[in-house]
Design a protein around this ligand. Structure first.
Ligand SMILES: *Cc1c(COP(=O)(O)O)cnc(C)c1O
Length: 356
């Protein structure tokens, strides 16, 4: 039986990427060597790395003002690396709290300067994206989490302000076009929409750097990684390789504008069923619903376990919601085919017939 993987992360990647990655482990492009054993300074890997960077640049139209880095440490390390590198000791940065990833970013940033929380949707269980606040002019940057993986909310429009945006795009990078020129820093752990766990993409505008006085350890200094072209130390070779393959696949799909259309279509199928089916209800408010992580509840909580059992029997894996929200979460990243969503919708309809 085909298993449809709705897991939030690490998560689904295209089957063709698995096939190519498996071949690369055994014999990389006919070299007689495995991707796992070659030097990161070998010609083969340097080409892979260059290609990965080029694909990021092309797919997101990254301007020449921005540098592209592949780092280790997960998106969670960016929670402190961004303020460490960009927020002067006596400076101020603004944050919007849209969930536990934002809260963690806030907690880490507080070590480095004044953190101003402009808005939070915590009181409402993070089921919406706050809007209508004013960003102070003297904020060095405004930090946002573009897609809230746990709660299923997403910015469909970024706030209108002149401050540079610093954005955690871990769970919706490459799912839609973004105007990179508005962002001082974009960061994303690869394991949701870009590749396997183990590499973090950082896109940084160079004029965000060099404005702090503090002593930054080399491994945490963006300028050192820029200077070393992500090879100051051994980079995560295999995750970069698999990310490159995934981006190549994305290019073949027509790029981010084309995938956004498909993502909209896919999400609409599932939300339509959530709204139609009397047993279920959505978690996020309509206008902020995520196209990547669809969160929903069953109105009668005793039906939760039987629904999950039915999902499992139909080959829908990873539908259980995050422990802090409960209910269900279907993560429908770029690589999720429409058929996966149609299968889940069929399960919901069957469930209605049985229990409704
Ligand atoms: C998963 C996730 C993270 C954490 O990423 P790590 O790579 O595990 O550190 C951070 N932010 C968002 C939005 C996420 O979805």
């Amino acid at each position: 039986m085909k298993i449809h993987n709705f897991s939030a992360g690490p998560s689904i990647l295209p089957q063709s990427v698995f096939d190519k990655a498996a071949k690369g482990v055994l014999n990389l492009d006919g070299s007689g060597l495995s991707i796992l054993e070659i030097s990161h300074r070998s010609k083969d890997f340097v080409e892979i790395h260059e290609k990965a960077k080029r694909l990021v640049k092309e797919l997101l139209h990254v301007p020449d003002t921005h540098q592209i880095l592949f780092l280790s440490g997960g998106a969670s390390s960016q929670f402190f690396m961004t303020p460490l590198n960009c927020l002067p000791q006596n400076g101020k940065a603004s944050y919007v709290d849209t969930g536990s990833w934002s809260s963690k970013a806030i907690k880490e940033a507080r070590r480095y300067g004044e953190i101003d929380i402009l808005a939070s949707s915590k009181e409402a269980g993070y089921n919406y994206i706050p809007k209508g606040y004013t960003v102070p002019q003297d904020a060095v940057y405004l930090h946002l989490t573009s897609n809230n993986t746990i709660y299923g909310t997403q910015y469909h429009q970024f706030p209108d302000c002149t401050n540079p945006l610093v954005c955690d795009m871990s769970s919706d990078i490459f799912s839609r076009p973004v105007d990179v020129s508005r962002f001082g820093i974009i960061y994303a752990g690869a394991q949701k929409n870009m590749g396997p766990a183990g590499v973090t993409l950082v896109i940084v505008r160079e004029d965000m750097l060099g404005k702090v006085e503090r002593d930054i350890p080399s491994m945490l200094d963006y300028r050192i990684h820029i200077k070393g072209d992500s090879m100051y130390n051994t980079p995560p070779v295999f995750p970069i390789y698999v990310s490159m393959l995934t981006l190549e696949w994305l290019g073949e799909q027509g790029g981010v504008a084309a995938i956004e259309e498909r993502n909209k279509e896919k999400a609409a199928i599932l939300y339509k069923e959530i709204d139609r089916n009397p047993l279920f209800t959505g978690v996020a408010v309509d206008e902020d619903r995520s196209l990547m992580n669809v969160t929903f509840l069953v109105k009668d909580e005793s039906m939760q376990a039987p629904f999950l059992e039915m999902c499992k029997n139909a080959g829908c894996d990873g539908v259980k919601g995050h422990r802090s929200v409960g209910g269900f979460r279907a993560s429908i990243y770029n690589a999720m085919p429409k058929e996966g969503i149609e299968t889940l919708v069929e399960v919901m309809q069957q469930f209605e017939k049985q229990k409704g």
